[in-house]
Design a protein around this ligand. Structure first.
Ligand SMILES: *Cc1c(COP(=O)(O)O)cnc(C)c1O
Length: 402
């Protein structure tokens, strides 16, 4: 029975993250299906009025409505929690729904947040535009400068929020140091772990309190659905996050949860191979473009820290071309295999020009402060034979005079 349902936590909790990615959280129905079932249902039925009353009162277990719980979504939540080594997780409709919920569920007017300067464009919009509108003060620091985090702490600082590696400049934040500063000051640290995933990096082991994800990226991994997740202590998820998400509704659809469950089964294979491919492509590009940034390259200014925190360099690299937007756009247009696309984490190699896409919504001043220059290009290295990707770049680089 244990083997069939996969529910015995005393067995499943011992498994390593790569095993959790395949099996964690699986609950089988009475049919004993091998692959997770897809429960496309918005509601539930009950044997009696008393039973539903008990569920609504929180006195009996069981689901009541798919904005609150769904069996397929719950399997994904348990799987991600087990992979991150977190007590609990809740899935969200998108990565941005996850980031927004993780922040708004715990911040109130009069609170203060410190955020890392290099970040996904929409994450910077949250810290720079949305939160201040509700009376939440924010300070943005150079995430790579541990002293800057410490200096930014105020009596009302409630949250540290950062991503590592950061999008798109690949800054690495020293999680042990920065989360340690947070802990010592009673501040909650939230790490956006979209780039590395728990198979390359587990922020809770470095002292983070909350891990938030865009599962759209490596977790789905094949460019199909949007999804997000927030992981943390049972106490935080139950008492702080759920009050917010149950009533505001950034819930993940069961179908999308099912797609991500399928994606997670191959995450370990994909992220290791894509990281190997990225390292090969980065080595080639570094021979042609002086400013090639990849955490797995020794020339990355924070290579040692990256390798302390991560099992591999990840799938993303960035290059800075001296010829600005014209040369960057020219290189994109000259590529034949690599697609022009602003998505990442896909099994296809994709390249984008952040200044005119993902970070176009930020002011030129903010872009300059984040080092999102006009010559910057961000590459997601996919599962193709890296020799073909390298050949594509060789040809395209020659076309733009590099
Ligand atoms: C993509 C991304 C997000 C946003 O996720 P969505 O699923 O697109 O909403 C947040 N943070 C990082 C680091 C990302 O790469």
């Amino acid at each position: 029975m244990k083997r069939r349902t996969g529910q015995d936590r005393s067995i499943t909790s011992r498994w390593r993250p790569a095993t959790q990615a395949v099996r964690g959280g699986t609950v089988r129905s009475e049919f004993g299906e091998t692959s997770e079932a897809l429960f496309l249902t918005s509601g539930y039925t009950y044997d009696s009025a008393a039973e539903v009353a008990a569920r609504f009162a929180g006195e009996a277990p069981g689901m009541t409505y798919s904005r609150l719980q769904n069996p397929t979504v719950e399997m994904l939540e348990h799987r991600i929690a087990l992979m991150e080594g977190a007590e609990a997780c809740r899935a969200m409709a998108t990565g941005m729904a996850a980031m927004t919920a993780a922040l708004l569920c715990q911040l109130s007017a009069g609170d203060h947040l410190v955020g890392g300067r290099a970040a996904f464009g929409s994450c910077r919009w949250l810290t720079d535009t949305l939160l201040p509108r509700f009376g939440i003060e924010t300070t943005i620091v150079d995430g790579t400068d541990n002293d800057a985090w410490a200096a930014a702490v105020r009596p009302n600082t409630k949250v540290f929020f950062f991503e590592t590696p950061a999008n798109p400049t690949l800054d690495i934040v020293d999680m042990e140091a920065v989360c340690g500063i947070a802990r010592a000051n009673g501040i909650t640290s939230i790490v956006d772990n979209a780039f590395a995933t728990p198979l390359l990096q587990r922020p809770l082991e470095f002292g983070a309190d909350i891990v938030a994800h865009s599962a759209t990226k490596m977790m789905d991994g094949q460019g199909r659905v949007l999804a997000g997740a927030v992981c943390g202590s049972e106490e935080f998820i139950e008492n702080t996050l759920l009050a917010f998400t149950r009533n505001t509704g950034p819930t993940l659809a069961p179908f999308n949860a099912w797609v991500v469950l399928k994606g997670l089964e191959t995450l370990d294979l994909r992220i290791r191979r894509q990281s190997e491919n990225a390292l090969e492509v980065a080595r080639f590009l570094a021979g042609r473009i002086e400013r090639t940034l990849y955490p797995g390259l020794e020339s990355h200014p924070q290579h040692a820290l990256a390798m302390k925190q991560m099992a591999a360099g990840g799938t993303i690299l960035s290059v800075y071309l001296d010829g600005g937007r014209e040369q960057a756009h020219g290189l994109l247009d000259a590529l034949e295999l690599v697609d022009i696309s602003n998505n990442i984490g896909d099994s296809r190699s994709l390249m984008t020009h952040p200044a005119s896409t993902t970070h176009a919504g930020l002011s030129p001043e903010v872009r300059a402060e984040m080092n999102v220059e006009e010559g910057l290009l961000r590459l997601n290295v996919g599962l193709e034979d890296p020799a073909d990707v390298i050949e594509d770049f060789d040809r395209a680089l020659k076309k733009v005079g590099l």
